[in-house]
Design a protein around this ligand. Structure first.
Ligand code: ATP
Ligand code: MG
Length: 152
């Protein structure tokens, strides 16, 4: 079991700008030890990638290198401690084929990896090993974002 289990905060937040969403992501990233799965959902422009930038920066990844992997599907970032896989399933149909398209099972087998998935809705009911968390973002344009973190 990941050392982060039980330490990742769950609950609801409201962020008023990009920097606050980045900071919440960084707060989560600072706790991660490897072996965690973070599922992000929420519409286009909700702030998923901003959250991942914060999370990645706390792991030691240059935030400017973190971009939505909409075309590549998977971006891999190595740090001194672990590997961060950043997935974006937006272009894939819902269901097991989305998981297969990104070789998710292979990534899940890497116990030292942190896996972060944008448009995780596309996974449908695909079974995931624990520990996993869902980060749901809502809000658009200049309005505040409502961010809810739940343990799966
Ligand atoms: N409170 C906020 N939190 C995050 N982003 C915000 C906030 N307020 C405004 N924004 C803006 O919303 C946009 C969020 O973009 P981002 O790429 O993170 O969205 P996304 O959810 O990853 O979208 P996509 O589904 O297209 O990948 C940015 O342009 C950001 O500046
Ligand atoms: Mg994105």
């Amino acid at each position: 079991m990941s050392a982060a289990t039980g330490r990742i905060p769950t609950g609801a937040w409201k962020t008023h700008d990009e920097a606050e969403t980045f900071a919440l992501g960084a707060r989560i990233g600072a706790i991660l030890t490897g072996g965690e799965i973070i599922l992000l959902d929420g519409p286009l422009g909700a702030g998923k990638t901003i959250f991942v930038k914060g999370l990645a920066s706390a792991l030691g990844v240059d935030a400017s290198e973190v971009t939505s992997p909409s075309f590549t599907l998977v971006n891999r970032h190595e740090t001194d401690r672990l590997t961060l896989y950043h997935l974006d399933l937006y272009r894939l149909p819902v269901g097991a084929s989305a998981a297969h398209a990104v070789d998710l099972d292979e990534l899940l087998a890497d116990e030292c990896a942190v896996i972060v998935i944008e448009w995780a809705e596309r996974l449908g009911q695909y079974p995931l090993p624990t520990p996993a968390w869902r980060v749901s973002l809502a809000g658009d344009g200049a309005e505040p974002r409502r961010i809810r973190i739940t343990r799966l």
